[in-house]
Every structure is written in C-alpha cells, then in structure tokens.
Write a protein that binds this ligand. Structure first.
Ligand code: S0N
Length: 277
C-alpha cells in the first residue's frame, strides 16, 4: 500500500516525512548500506527533535532507504568506516565525532514510541539503533548483528547493557564476541524484534502499529515509556519519570494554587486540598 507521506523538511542524508500523527525518518545512503556519518547523525537529531516538539506527532518510524542499485536492503550498517579517524567519525568540518550516542539517548528519552522498521542489514551501530527503539518490526530479509570486535570498535553503552536486558546476558555476549549474523526468524525467537513480516508489508505493518498506538491515551503511553526507561537508566531514567510527575502535578488545581498565590502576592491556601490515603 502507498501512503501519502508529506516531506516535513529537506535534508541531505535522511528523508523526513509526516502523515496523520506519524513521523518517518529514513536514513538515505543506500549505496553505503545506510551507514551514518556525522552529518547524517546531526540530521537525524534535528528530525527527532522536530518530531518531539510537534504535538500532532504521536509515533515515529525509523527506517532505511532501499533497495540499493545491487538490489540489497539495509536498515543501517553503523558508522561510515571510510571516514573513521583515530578519534571518531570525521565530518566535512574535519571534527571527529561519535554523535550517534546523542541520537541513541534521544530515541530513548523522546516521550513518544519509536518503531524501527528493519529491511536487510541492521549491523554494528545500525543494530544498536534498532535496539534502542521502543519496538522493532523486521522484514523477512532482515539480518542482525554486531561487528565491533572485527572492525576495531565496540559500543559498551546501550549497545551492550540494553541488548543484554532484551536477549539475556549469554546471548548478548555471543552476539558481541562472535559477531555472527542472525536472520529475522532467529531475531524474533530471541525477543530482539516484535514481529516479522514480508518486505512488501513492512511499512504497512509499521503504520498499522502506529495507528493502534495513536488510538491510546498519549499520557499513558508517555508515562509507560519513561517507566520502562526508569527501571534501567539510573538517575537519568528517574529524572525522566520525575519530569512526567511534575508535568502531571502542574495540571492539578493544587499546583495552580501555589503559582497563583505567588503571582497574586498572597499566602497559598493548600488546606483545601485533601491528603489522600
Ligand atoms: C552491512 C554488510 C554486512 C553488508 O554486506 P554486503 O551486502 O556484502 O555489502 P558490502 O559490499 O559490504 O557493502 C556495499 C557497499 O557499502 C559500503 N558499506 C557498507 N557498510 C559500510 C559502513 N559501515 N561504512 C562505510 N561503507 C560501508 C561498502 O564499502 C560497499 O561500498 P563499495 O561497493 O563502494 O565498496 C557489510 O557492508 C558490513 O559488514 N559493513 C560494515 C559494518 C560495520 O562494521 N559497521 C561499523 C560498526 N561499528 C559501528 O557502527 C560503530 C558504532 C559507533 O558509532 C560507536 C558507538 C559507540 C561507541 C563506539 C562506536 C565506534 O564508532 O566505535
């Protein structure tokens, strides 16, 4: 099925579109299996920030452009090794960066579900990207794996610890130590993806899941995401959950009384608010 996506902003390395409360970010470097360079990552950061700020958007899809000229698909093959220097990935400005880590944190803390739609390779830092998404729908041609120890790299952050929470310690160590590749069915069996569909159904399924989420209470979804994160993310996770508690508190008459009293230069009257058991 063809959807009426509307381009939301012009970028070089990604395509950013919106439709009916859904934002879609597509990494668009198919000739490099959608490997990211610093510029790609900056564009992704900008698009995710826009999707966060846009109150009409409730769900974000993250995917990769394809197929490439050789007919192969990729979600993302991680950092662009051709511009990797000795301090990070070197962009056009000559500055070495590992700014994909900022996007990983952004995907986790954005208060809206992010769904990875994976066709073809999700490898290296591209694999970590789908891992940090809330949900993953895989095409039946999807291939998952880490390459770090083969190419002189590793991701000891979410790419290790959160992966282990998802697939278990033994499996996560196998994935990193052996650098094997796993097909969509194997990924499904280890709980790494939520569903496997045929490649021509991938976007349709993603949109269907997004619509289902959009029918639910936005605050409940927001609080659930921060609750799932809080259990894993230490003080940063608690900060997110606490921020949502503050948001809810601001919505009460009790909190409004405090603010109004300050602005009206009077003593607040909190006595009228019951202390529930
Ligand atoms: C994806 C693979 C398995 C696909 O194999 P296939 O189908 O045989 O295609 P190829 O012929 O290999 O590739 C087609 C063309 O695409 C280029 N290309 C593919 N991947 C990359 C890439 N990552 N960087 C640059 N170019 C890429 C190929 O070169 C080829 O082009 P031509 O035809 O012109 O030669 C296979 O391609 C593969 O294994 N790719 C490399 C995967 C990889 O090792 N990725 C990097 C892993 N590391 C990270 O992602 C680091 C993540 C990160 O940023 C990080 C985070 C936290 C802490 C540290 C780091 C860190 O950077 O260290």
């Amino acid at each position: 099925m063809k959807f009426n996506w509307i381009k939301a902003k012009e970028y070089k390395d990604i395509i950013y579109e919106k439709m009916d409360g859904i934002a879609k970010i597509t990494i668009n470097r198919p000739e490099k299996r959608n490997a990211f360079r610093p510029e790609t990552t900056m564009e992704m950061y900008d698009a995710f920030a826009d999707a966060r700020e846009d109150s009409n958007i409730g769900v974000i899809l993250l995917t990769g452009a394809g197929p490439s000229k050789d007919g192969k698909y990729a979600f993302c093959s991680g950092g662009d090794q051709s511009i990797r220097g000795n301090k990070g990935y070197v962009g056009k400005d000559g500055v070495p960066r590992l700014n994909i880590l900022d996007v990983q944190k952004q995907i986790r803390s954005i208060p809206k579900p992010v769904i990875a739609l994976v066709a073809g390779y999700a490898i290296g830092g591209g694999h970590v990207l789908h891992v940090v998404c809330d949900l993953t729908i895989a095409a039946d041609n999807a291939i998952f794996g880490q390459t770090g120890p083969m190419v002189g790299s590793f991701d000891g952050g979410f790419g290790a610890s959160y992966l282990a929470r998802i697939v278990g310690q033994k499996k996560a160590r196998e994935i990193w130590y052996l650098c094997h590749q796993y097909n969509a069915q194997e990924a499904y069996e280890m709980g790494l993806v939520n569903k496997v569909v045929s490649i021509d159904q991938l976007e349709e399924e993603g949109v269907k899941w997004a619509y289902e989420i959009l029918e639910k209470s936005p605050l409940a979804i927001r609080l659930l995401k921060s609750a799932f994160n809080a259990e894993l993310d230490g003080q940063a996770g608690i900060q997110e959950l606490a921020g949502n508690a503050t948001l809810l508190y601001y919505m009460t008459d009790e909190a409004q009384e405090g603010k109004n009293a300050y602005n009206e230069k009077r003593k607040p009257d909190f006595k009228k608010f019951p202390r529930v058991p």
